[in-house]
Ligand binder design. Structure first.
Ligand code: GAL
Length: 375
């Protein structure tokens, strides 16, 4: 009898112990990244969205990717849905940063960090910023015009120029405009450069939503009003490719001069690269958004791991592209610096398109001889 009793006690002990066994750690939930892009109607954001989505998924994260049709209220809604879906971090390219304040505050309240992607969100919820050197983009455009017209050796010559800037709701647009005007303004002041239409200040030359048709119609109005009498137009400063596309179309259809008008751009949109090959646009400032996605992935991993975020993120990387850590320039509110990772843009013309875009693998050459973006 005693034997059975001992067995019963032993079994009870085993059962008691087994209830103490710590269950296997609850399977770690896969972390989720919310990627909010502004639109698919502007070419580059399609590439940003797919690069970011691919990078994060390849790194083992779940992702939610949205494009908000350049509709700010839609973007607010998309981000609120991401928060409701329990994302662990947000990567946001704002359509209109000011319209995101409420949802940014909501993200802060639930402890979801935000990465400002390409366009700074001026809300303290934006913990970090990844972009290309904004003023440098404009400076490259302005300097290209100065060098191509050889303004430093203009003598008594006067060169006529017009200006098309970006979306006033886009935090980046004034940086591009001011970067270029810092270079060009001295030549305007000295009379070497003449803005015939008189439209110079940012608000006069801005383009809602970077819209090609809007840029086209404004350029047609300027050409009809100031150049129909045979006045020569020598250059048109455009802050990006979607606006340059409209300006180039207006010049092709509505400018009677037989000279080549220098037109600048930014982004390396396929239609604009074709225009550069066909001599209808002079240059674009290329920003390898694949690299912007790589930096963003590393930053997100560091944030989610609770690592210290500083220049060591760059120093410890194996990146084969330039990136600078900037803990001074950008603020999300008065005195609140937003630590930033700044990539370097490059100038692309007909002369270096093969080397800068095809040899690097960012584009391939299509059957028609024009470049096609990879990814
Ligand atoms: C800007 C962006 C540029 C430009 C524009 C249109 O914020 O930095 O690449 O193309 O948006 O999407």
């Amino acid at each position: 009898m005693m034997r059975f009793k001992k067995l019963a006690v032993a079994m009870a002990a085993v059962m008691a112990l087994s209830s103490l066994v710590i269950p296997a750690a609850a399977e770690e939930e896969t972390q989720k990244i919310g990627i909010s892009m502004p639109t698919q109607s502007l070419e580059r954001w399609n590439r940003d969205g797919s690069y970011l989505d691919e990078q994060f998924q390849a790194a083992g994260y779940d992702t939610i990717l949205t494009f908000s049709d350049n509709d700010s209220s839609q973007q607010v809604n998309d981000i609120q849905n991401m928060l409701a879906d329990g994302v662990d971090i947000l990567v946001v390219a704002a359509i209109d940063a000011d319209s995101l304040n409420t949802v940014m505050d909501e993200a802060s309240e639930v402890g979801v960090p935000v990465i400002s992607y390409d366009r700074l969100i001026s809300n303290d919820a934006s913990a970090y910023y990844v972009t290309f050197a904004l003023a440098t983009v404009g400076a490259i455009q302005g300097q290209y015009i100065v060098d191509t017209l050889d303004l430093d050796n203009a003598g008594d010559n006067v060169y006529n120029i017009e200006i098309t800037a970006g979306d006033p709701a886009d935090n980046n647009a004034p940086y591009y405009y001011n970067g270029a005007m810092d270079i060009l303004q001295p030549y305007i002041d000295s009379g070497v450069l003449n803005v015939v239409s008189g439209q110079i200040d940012f608000d006069s030359v801005a383009t809602d939503q970077w819209n090609t048709q809007t840029a086209l119609e404004r350029a047609q109005n300027i050409l009809a009003s100031y150049y129909a009498d045979g006045t020569q137009l020598d250059a048109w400063l455009c802050s990006n490719d979607s606006t340059a596309l409209g300006v180039a179309q207006a010049i092709e259809s509505d400018y009677a001069g037989d000279n080549t008008v220098i037109i600048t751009g930014q982004d390396g949109d396929e239609a604009n690269l074709a225009n550069i090959m066909d001599g209808k646009q002079s240059m674009t400032v290329y920003k390898a958004v694949a690299n912007e996605a790589v930096v963003t992935l590393s930053l997100v991993e560091a944030v989610l791991n609770g690592d210290t975020i500083d220049e060591t993120l760059i120093e410890n990387s194996d990146w084969d592209f330039e990136c600078a850590y900037d803990n001074e320039t950008y603020e999300t509110s008065e005195g609140v610096v937003c630590p930033s990772f700044i990539l370097t843009p490059t100038t692309v013309t007909i002369d270096n398109m093969q080397e800068e875009l095809v040899d690097t693998g960012y584009y391939t050459v299509g059957d028609d001889g024009y470049l096609v973006a990879v990814g």
